[in-house]
Design a protein around this ligand. Structure first.
Ligand code: HEC
Length: 153
């Protein structure tokens, strides 16, 4: 057999094998009263932005795109979601201590202001997650204000 054909078959084989390593998309039962939206009650405009731009990685309400079924893309997405939830999970917001809430809100303010969040590659795939220049300041300022509310000292 042609050497290159062999290599090609080998690569295809690996690719097929990769598809058997799937990511875990199951989540715990949602508890509405712990949700960020319930507790922080952002104005509708801000709430929509947060849902569109953050919830896929930072909550249990992830909407997976169809391409998330294929390795290795699925692994990258799975990783983002897992890591995102570890850092900040809006679905279990009510479980954070006051101090942590304050810091997470402040960090969100920083991250959004510096355009670090939402992650660039995600925004390329999700147009509704793009924060327009006109709304950027209003958006991150809201996080700062919310953070200040928890500033008890
Ligand atoms: C594509 C997935 C994804 C999206 C969308 C996303 N994040 Fe993240 N976020 C992550 C990951 C992964 C990390 C941890 C690693 C890092 O900092 O890059 C993170 C980290 C953070 C942190 C740092 C937490 C800390 O205190 O150290 C904050 C704050 C944050 N994100 C806020 C947001 C906000 C607010 C949005 C929406 C405007 C958002 N993120 C959208 C994946 C995402």
């Amino acid at each position: 057999m042609n050497k290159y054909l062999k290599i090609l078959i080998y690569i295809i084989g690996i690719f097929i094998a990769m598809q058997f390593i799937t990511i875990n998309k199951t989540v715990p039962q949602l508890e509405g009263s712990l949700d960020f939206m319930e507790i922080e009650t952002p104005p509708e405009e801000i709430a929509t932005l947060i849902k569109n731009a953050c919830y896929d990685c930072h909550s249990y309400e992830t909407k997976y795109p169809s391409y998330s079924n294929y390795a290795p893309i699925s692994w990258i997405i799975g990783n983002h979601v897992q890591e995102g939830r570890e850092y900040l999970n809006f679905s279990t917001w009510g479980e954070y201590q006051t101090e942590v809430k304050k810091d997470l809100l402040y960090n969100s303010y920083k991250q959004i202001g510096a355009r670090q969040m939402p992650i660039y590659t995600y925004v390329m795939q999700h147009k509704e997650a793009k924060i327009q220049n006109a709304e950027l300041e209003k958006f991150y300022t809201w996080f700062k204000q919310q953070s200040d509310k928890y500033n008890t000292k």
